[in-house]
Design a protein around this ligand. Structure first.
Ligand code: NAD
Length: 439
C-alpha cells in the first residue's frame, strides 16, 4: 500500500538529497532459494552439524569459518546451546561480529540456544538468558533489511530447531525481527517445501479483507483448502476471496453462540475435516479509558476474545479439529505494550496471549499446537485511516524502519500451521520489524 508520503520519500529527488530509504524486504515467493548463501554455521552446540547438513541438502552452501576480508555471507547461524558459563558468550562476538560485518542485504542472524526454563544450574541459566539481550541488541544495529532472532531449544529439539531456523532464514520471516522462539522436542516428518499444507483444511475468520484475506491466500498457496469466514454484511468480498483461493465461504458472526459448531459442520460436510483454525477476526473501538462506554468495551471483548474461547470449545470437541491440528490466534503489540485509547483492545489481545499459553498445554497430548502472531504496524485499510503524523511514527518506529505487509503476518501463521512446526506451541511471535513498542 502506498500513500503520498511514501511516494515522496521514494521519489528520485528525495533519493538524490539523501532521504533515508527503507530497504525493500526479500519476501518469500514459491521457488525462490531458502536464503542467500553462503551461510556461516558455527558454535559448538548440539544442533550446528545438523543445521549445516540440511542447509546443504536444501542447496544453500554452509561454511564453518568466519568470512575473510571482502567475502560476504547471506546469513549466520550461531549454535550456543552448549554454553553454560558467561565467559563462553565471547563466541557470539568472536564468531558473529565478523559475519555480521560481512552480511548481505536482507541478511539473517539466527542464534540457537537452550531454553533457560529447562535448566537449573544458575550459571547456565544466566548464560542462556543473556543471549536474548544480545540478539535483540544486534537486531537494533542491523541495517539493510537484515534481521536477528533467537531460537531456544528444549532438549534434543532437532526437528523444532530445523523448522524455526528454516523459517527465520527464509523470506517468510521478512518482517520478524528481534524475536525469541521456543521449540520443544516434538518430532515431525519431512515437509514438502513448496506445498507444506497439501491436504489440510483451514478455516480463517475475518477473511473478507485485510490480513485475513491474505492469510487465506497464503494458506491456499501452501496447499490448504480454505474456508473463508466473515460477517454476512461482507458477503460479496468474502465470496471474492473464497473464489480467489478456490475454497468456500461461510457467512458467520463469530460472536454467535453456535459459531464454533457451524465452522466444524461446514468444514467436515464440505471438505471432510478440519486441520487448521486461524482466529483472525478482530475489531477496534478506541476511546480513552475514562470515557470508555459499555458498548465499546463489550463489543471488542466479544469479537476479539470471548468468541475465540467459545468457538474453541466446539472446535476442540468430538468430531472437530483433527489430532495434530493447529490453532493460530491474532494478537497485537497493543496486547504487549498497551496503547493509548485502547484499554479494551489491549485487554482483549493480551487475553489472547493468555489463552494461547494455557490452551497449548491442555491440548498438547493430542499433538495440537496453539500459537499467536502479534502484528505491529501493518499496511492495511485500518492503518491507512490513522492520522498522517501518528501513522508515520508507527510505520518508522522499528528496526526495519517501515510498515509490514499483511503477507508478513500470513507467512508466520502459515509457518505455525506447517506439519514441520509440531515443536512450536504456546508461542507469541511478533511480526513487527522489532517495533520499539513493548520491546
Ligand atoms: P480489518 O478490519 O481490515 O479486517 C477484519 C475482518 O474481520 C473484517 O473483514 C471484518 O468484517 C471481520 N469481522 C469483524 N467482526 C467480525 C465478526 N463478529 N464475525 C466475523 N467477522 C468479523 O482488520 P485487519 O487490519 O485485517 O486485522 C485483522 C486482525 O489483525 C485483527 O484481529 C486485528 O486486531 C489484528 N491486528 C491488525 C493490525 C494492523 O496493523 N492492521 C495490527 C495488530 C493486530
Amino acid at each position: 500500500m502506498s500513500d503520498l508520503f511514501t511516494t515522496i520519500v521514494r521519489s528520485p529527488v528525495a533519493r538524490k538529497v539523501g532521504v533515508p530509504q527503507p530497504t525493500r524486504l526479500r519476501r518469500f515467493e514459491p521457488g525462490m532459494p531458502l536464503c542467500e548463501g553462503p551461510v556461516l554455521v558455527a558454535g559448538d552446540g548440539r544442533f550446528a552439524d545438523g543445521i549445516a547438513a540440511w542447509l546443504g541438502g536444501a542447496g544453500v552452501p554452509a561454511v564453518s569459518t568466519p568470512p575473510g576480508e571482502g567475502d560476504k555471507v547471506g546469513a549466520v547461524v550461531l549454535d550456543l546451546s552448549a554454553a553454560t558459563d558467561p565467559a563462553e558468550l565471547d563466541q557470539l562476538r568472536l564468531l558473529g561480529a565478523p559475519a555480521v560485518k560481512a552480511l548481505k542485504r536482507n541478511g539473517r542472524v539466527v542464534v540457537v540456544g537452550t531454553d533457560p526454563t529447562t535448566l537449573t544450574d544458575v550459571a547456565a541459566v544466566t548464560t542462556q538468558r543473556a543471549l536474548e539481550g544480545a540478539v535483540r541488541s544486534i537486531g537494533k544495529e542491523l541495517r539493510g533489511g537484515a534481521t536477528a532472532n533467537l531460537v531456544l531449544a528444549q532438549g534434543d529439539a532437532h526437528d523444532g530447531v530445523r523448522s524455526a531456523v528454516e523459517f527465520l532464514l527464509s523470506g517468510r520471516s521478512a518482517y520478524v525481527d528481534g524475536q525469541v522462539i521456543r521449540v520443544d522436542d516434538s518430532t515431525s516428518g519431512d515437509v514438502d517445501a513448496l506445498r507444506p499444507l497439501e491436504g489440510k483444511v483451514a478455516v480463517v475468520t475475518g477473511a473478507a479483507r485485510g490480513i485475513g484475506a491474505e492469510i487465506a491466500r497464503v494458506l491456499s498457496r501452501d496447499g490448504a483448502t480454505v474456508v473463508a469466514v466473515d460477517l454476512p454484511a461482507a458477503g460479496d468480498s468474502l465470496a471474492a476471496v473464497a473464489n480467489d483461493v478456490r475454497g468456500t465461504a461461510l457467512q458467520l458472526d463469530v460472536t454467535a453462540d453456535d459459531a464454533g459448531g457451524r465452522i466444524v459442520e461446514h468444514a467436515t460436510a464440505r471438505h471432510g475435516g478440519l486441520d487448521i483454525v486461524v482466529h483472525n477476526a478482530g475489531i477496534t473501538r478506541d476511546k480513552l479509558f475514562v470515557n470508555m462506554d459499555d458498548d465499546r468495551w463489550r463489543s471488542v471483548m466479544e469479537v476479539n476474545l470471548r468468541s475465540v474461547l467459545r468457538m474453541n470449545e466446539a472446535i476442540l470437541g468430538e468430531g472437530g479439529l483433527a489430532d495434530g491440528g493447529r490453532i493460530v490466534c491474532v494478537a497485537s503489540i497493543a496486547g504487549i505494550a498497551g496503547n493509548r485509547g485502547q484499554t479494551n483492545y489491549g485487554a482483549s489481545k493480551a487475553g489472547v496471549i493468555g489463552l494461547v499459553t494455557a490452551l497449548s498445554r491442555q491440548v498438547a497430548d493430542r499433538g495440537i499446537t496453539v500459537n499467536a502472531v502479534a502484528p505491529g504496524f501493518i499496511e492495511t485499510e485500518m492503518t491507512a485511516r490513522i492520522p498522517f503524523a501518528t501513522r508515520e511514527i508507527g510505520r518508522r518506529m522499528n528496526s526495519l524502519q517501515q510498515g509490514g505487509h499483511p503477507k508478513d503476518v500470513a507467512e508466520t501463521i502459515a509457518w505455525f500451521a506447517q506439519p514441520g512446526a509440531a515443536a512450536v506451541t504456546g508461542q507469541v511471535v511478533r511480526v513487527c520489524g522489532q517495533s520499539l513498542l513493548g520491546a
